[in-house]
Design a binder for this molecule. Structure first.
Ligand code: UDP
Length: 242
């Protein structure tokens, strides 16, 4: 059962349940994709119907960001908790390492996916890294060909929003991959270029604050977050009156 938060319908799953669902999808015959919307993505989708449709058509819609959890509470449809894209990806790689599944990394600046891949294969022995490609391309055809040739089970698509979700929906089925996950900046973290917040910050729901302190250039993006909660409160008011 999904819960709608300002136009995007989220799966109400724990991290473990989400990883198990991802593993099932990766083993299935059809193509599917996972999205991990944060408040910024939900806000973007409110102004772009096509983008909103692409998000809602994903096989898994996971709440990445404490703002989504707060909004869900305000709306009276609480979710079990945050499922950060990076935790989903790490959980999935643990399972993939056990079965020797094939992973392709797409996105970030040239060299980053390679370095992330090198570190991940050390961290997850048994994981088969079958290819990488940077995220600064203009022609998608050679990228689709590269993925198809590598024959991955899973592709992490890290092109930033909304590009990554639109790309997965448009080109994913042509690649022959079973599962794609849109994961934003995770390759920068896996490559060691960006530090994730320490666990205490994550547990307090303050990861956004840590990121802001370390990447002040994100301020403009984050300044919109309070408006997201105001929009949720307004929506709740409307529903109450309706
Ligand atoms: N990126 C990319 N191609 C582009 C634009 C962005 O590969 O055309 C990458 C960028 O290098 C970064 C990621 O996409 O690795 C987006 O990171 P951001 O921190 O914006 O994502 P978030 O984690 O906030 O969703």
């Amino acid at each position: 059962m999904r819960k709608e938060i300002l136009g995007v319908s989220f799966d109400d799953l724990t991290l473990e349940e989400a990883v198990a669902a991802g593993e099932r999808l990766a083993a299935g015959p059809a193509f599917s994709y996972v999205v991990t919307p944060n408040p910024e993505i939900v806000t973007m989708a409110r102004q772009a119907e096509d983008y909103q449709r692409v998000l809602n058509q994903a096989a898994l819609v996971l709440p990445d960001g404490i703002g989504v959890i707060h909004a869900a509470k305000i709306l009276g449809t609480p979710l079990q908790g945050r499922v950060p894209g990076i935790d989903f990806a790490s959980g999935l790689m643990t399972r993939m390492a056990q079965t020797g599944s094939r992973l392709f990394l797409l996105g970030a600046k040239p060299g980053v996916a390679e370095e992330a891949g090198r570190r991940l294969t050390e961290q997850y022995p048994g994981l088969c890294l079958c290819g990488t490609h940077h995220g600064y391309f203009t022609d998608s055809a050679p990228v689709v060909d590269a993925i198809r040739a590598a024959s991955p089970d899973v592709v992490f698509v890290c092109l930033g929003a909304p590009k990554q979700e639109l790309w997965m929906a448009r080109y994913g089925p042509e690649t022959g991959a079973h599962l794609m996950a849109g994961l934003g900046g995770v390759l920068d973290v896996y490559a060691g270029n960006v530090k994730r917040a320490p666990e205490v910050w994550q547990k307090m729901g303050m990861e956004w604050c840590y990121r802001l302190l370390h990447q002040p250039s994100r301020f403009g993006r984050m300044a919109k977050l309070p408006l997201f909660l105001v929009a949720a409160a307004r929506e709740k008011g409307k529903r109450g009156r309706g």
